[in-house]
Design a protein around this ligand. Structure first.
Ligand code: ZN
Length: 96
């Protein structure tokens, strides 16, 4: 039932709700448990990519020094740049 394809991939059926079951060996290898989340991406017309989620800054895509506020994740560098821009705008408004 599970043919092995190039790269070690296996076939898995999609059920009537669109779900697939990841092989137990793969789940154990990646330490995936109930509730673990994966990112599903379309690579091209014949490929999907399942990957572990990696948080990145919404503005510059850096994975470093992240802060999440009301659902938006940004890095410290972008927060600093935004604060500098805000100060510049405030100085312009004040005529300085
Ligand atoms: Zn950033």
């Amino acid at each position: 039932m599970n043919n092995i394809f190039e790269g070690g991939g296996v076939t898995r059926p999609i059920d009537d709700l669109g779900r697939i079951v990841l092989p137990k060996e793969m789940r154990q290898l990646l330490n995936l448990n109930d509730g673990s989340r994966l990112v599903v991406s379309v690579v091209d017309e014949s490929s999907l990519l399942l990957s572990l989620p990696v948080m990145v800054c919404r503005a510059c895509h850096s994975p470093e020094e992240l802060v999440t506020y009301i659902g938006l994740t940004v890095c410290d560098s972008c927060i600093d740049a935004l604060n500098k821009e805000r100060k510049n705008i405030q100085m312009l408004k004040a005529g300085k």
